[in-house]
Design a protein around this ligand. Sequence first.
Ligand code: PMP
Length: 402
Amino acid sequence: MSAIRIAARVTRIKPSPSSSASDRANALKREGKAIINLVVGEPDFATPPEICEAACAAIRNGETRYTQNNGTPALREAIAAKFLRENHLTVKPEDIIVTNGAKSAIFNALAATLEVGDEVLIPAPYWVSYPDMVLACDGRPVVITCQEEAGFRLTAEQLRASITSRCRWLILNSPSNPSGASYSRAELRALADVLLDYPHLAIMTDDIYEHLRYDDSPNVHLLEVEPRLADRTLVVNGVSKTYAMTGWRIGYATGPKVLITAMGTLQSQSTSNASSVSQAAALAALNSGTGFITHSREVYRQRRDDIAARLNAVPGLSCRVPEGAFYLYVNCGGLLGKTTAQGQVLKNDSEVVLWLLESAGVAVVAGAAYGLSPYFRLSIATDLATLQAGAAQIANAVSQLK
Ligand code: PMP
């Protein structure tokens, strides 16, 4: 018998499929193949220099020690100001927790609340980590399939039909990774009306892509639409995507005091505070104005329009133009049943993705990973010339299918 026995909470989960897809692409690259990697889920921009400079200054000033477990007072004040300025939410700094990326805010909230068998409602296509985090915390992910015809959005009817007495959370991610779907005020109102009928259900809004929206309509938060949900809503956000700061690992959350306190207790006995230097950088980011956000959004918008048009011109592929985030969720249903040059009949999106990697030299992630097939996710967080080359290689490979 081995001394190391891996616990069920870990054996029931799997590593992120986007990392595995990237690993496969990198392995082919090492073999000398030219692979265009469109898997990445992070901005291709560098962190703006003034944010980096704030981190350097923090190091020079000796801000190199433990901070308060829930984050520095200065950063929590800046986050409270951000919630008021951008989301019209009034939040006290003491009801905010700074975490090691938004990911750890979500994980700690689930770990702090789920008992064995508790259900978590997850609209699909979903960010790959939600179901596995729920499983790791002994919960049961309940996937609600959101159809392309509904803009990949959860409808009020679907929500109502999915709620049981075991449901503890609904996770709402707008704009969504991977579909880019974003909810309008009216859609949030309809969801809120259902939620008001089920007071035992808590809501987690993952707003990490809130600034990457392309339709120029004002950004609306569920709590702005329905403040009565505030006593059971956890608002999760972070600086990773908005300010090109994925490596700095700063997320944050606000919600009911009892939950923020429990998350703080868990954090204090696991990771402790997020990096002091990164917190100083995040403070500078939140105070940096809108210049970088406006610029990067415009660049993503151009890429989205250009690449969506190119893919929509490929017979067998179709791609809804997403309202937000930096991914295209491409319907590849038209390729299923076709035969490759090697004589393989493509049966599902996982096979399409492997074939694209081998035949087109383009790495993307199968829709199966996000709970909705037949699709693949293509990241546009790469320069336009590379994206155009990738789209051309995909078009060329598809033209050779029989
Ligand atoms: N939520 C969603 C929907 C994401 O796509 C990601 C990053 N891939 C995160 C949360 C995690 O962000 P962070 O880097 O702040 O942990």
